[in-house]
Design a binder for this molecule. Structure first.
Ligand code: ATP
Ligand code: MG
Length: 431
């Protein structure tokens, strides 16, 4: 045997039965987005590296340390696996003039790639579900996006999710705040860690976002951006708050919430939980009115969020209402190979009527014993076994054996159906 090749570190296989949790969550999300009028967008996983450098900012963790960037060895282009998808959505919107005939509500889902240290809730290939509202000035649509997410938590039965919001104001306001912030941090330069020292002049706002426990006291006392916001920014923030209050969506204002990426302005928010250890942010987003221009489009206001699917699923497993893996309606027990053609024909006819049917297929010599087949039928979770026995077939019939009793009832008796016209009795087998 040759040496085994495993998956790349930090990149996970998603196998049954867990994959059905993914499918269930994905369809829950799709339904919800449809109810809010958001439409699906699918952009490539690989983009030009420059797109992310320009949109996320050069001095961000993602661009500095986490991006899978490489040269296309066939033509020398600088490419990257997408670390997030807002940049790709905006790139596509600019490229195809998506917003020229009016604003758009979009959503996406798919894998993202960041070279981080793999740990609970942090992977190198992970999945995001994201929503982007392009061309709306807010704060009504900002509130819509937040309420939408709150609806999702409710639908999933999640209790321990709290909303944190902040306003990053506008560029000019951040500049004034930045001066005060840098001055304050310089006064305390000896208390700064390496990362913070490096960011002091390139991206001081991000220092507020530090996870270093030794620096918490320092950043808590730092000048607050909120105090530098002008009338327009404050009005936007107040209206957002009023809308959230009207929807009874609770929140906490977190003045240190600055988000990891450079493109945000005005509203920023995160949904966090205490149930997932250090990786407690399950959904994060904000307004990014400058991003279209930054990547060569016309000025276009926009707002969005992205949620981490792995973290969300873990949380649902922990405290929410996870759906059960789907089970087939019937499992076909086929005692002898001679019965396979008839059985396959009947199963196909049943499937045509919407019945989910699993055939017992050979794994070694012959079909295996009846006992082992019934064990498989039971293990499949099917509600009925269809028994294609010699006697039944000779009489033109198939036996239907209920495998699961209704709650508080004795298992129903076995019955016989005709092989001629499975469509006539298919409905009896369906959930
Ligand atoms: P964190 O502070 O946890 O590193 P982030 O600010 O880098 O998060 P965003 O870029 O805002 O994360 O991505 C949105 C969401 O995607 C996060 O809130 C999280 O749920 C999820 N996410 C981000 N990075 C990872 C990862 N490496 N593995 C799994 N999920 C992730
Ligand atoms: Mg990160």
């Amino acid at each position: 045997m040759s040496a085994k090749i495993n998956a790349v570190k930090g990149m996970n296989d998603i196998l049954p039965p867990l994959s059905s949790e993914w499918e269930w969550l994905e369809s829950t999300l799709r339904d919800l987005m449809a109810r809010y009028g958001y439409r699906n967008i699918r952009t490539p996983i690989v983009e030009h590296t420059g797109l992310f450098v320009r949109s996320l900012g050069e001095v961000t963790d993602v661009v500095e340390k986490e991006m899978y960037a490489f040269e296309d060895r066939l033509n020398g282009e600088q490419l990257a696996l997408r670390p997030e998808n807002t940049a790709g959505v905006v790139r596509a919107a600019v490229e195809h003039s998506l917003v020229h005939d009016g604003p758009k509500r979009l959503f996406y889902m798919g894998p993202m790639f960041r070279h981080e240290r793999p740990q609970r809730g942090r992977y190198r290939q992970f999945h995001q579900f994201g929503a982007e509202a392009l061309g709306f000035v807010g704060p009504d649509v900002d509130a819509e996006l937040i309420v939408l997410a709150a609806d999702l938590w409710q639908q999933l039965g999640l209790q321990d999710v709290t909303l944190e919001i902040n306003s990053l104001g506008q560029l000019e306001e951040r500049k004034a705040h930045r001066q005060a912030l840098v001055a304050y941090l310089q006064e305390h330069e000896s208390e700064l860690d390496e990362d913070a020292k490096r960011r002091l002049h390139s991206n001081p706002l991000r220092i507020l976002d530090t996870k270093n426990p030794d620096m918490q006291g320092l950043v808590n006392e730092a000048p607050k951006l909120m105090e530098y916001l002008g009338e327009g920014s404050l009005a936007h923030f107040d209206r957002l708050r009023a809308l959230l209050d009207a929807h009874e969506v609770g929140y906490r204002i977190n003045p240190r919430l600055v988000r990891g990426l450079d493109y945000y302005n005005l509203s920023v928010f995160e949904f966090v939980t205490t149930k997932l250890g250090a990786q407690g942010t399950i959904c994060a987003g904000g307004r990014y009115d400058g991003l279209f221009e930054q990547i060569g489009g016309k000025p276009t206001p926009a707002v969005g969020w992205a949620m981490g699917i792995e973290r969300l699923l873990e949380l649902v497993r922990e405290e929410g209402a996870m759906s059960q893996a789907p089970t087939p309606d019937v499992y076909a027990v086929i005692p002898a190979v001679e019965a396979v053609p008839v059985a396959m024909k009947v199963l196909r006819a049943l499937r045509g009527q919407g019945v989910s049917a699993v055939m017992h297929a050979a794994v070694g010599d012959g079909m295996g014993s009846m006992k082992s087949q019934f064990k498989k039928a039971d293990g499949s979770g099917a509600r009925y076994a269809l028994i294609f026995g010699e006697q039944e077939l000779a009489a033109g019939n198939v036996a239907v054996k209920p495998l699961r009793a209704e709650p508080d009832a004795a298992p129903a008796d076995q019955f016989i159906e005709s092989l001629d016209n499975p469509a006539a009795w298919a409905a009896k087998l369906k959930h």
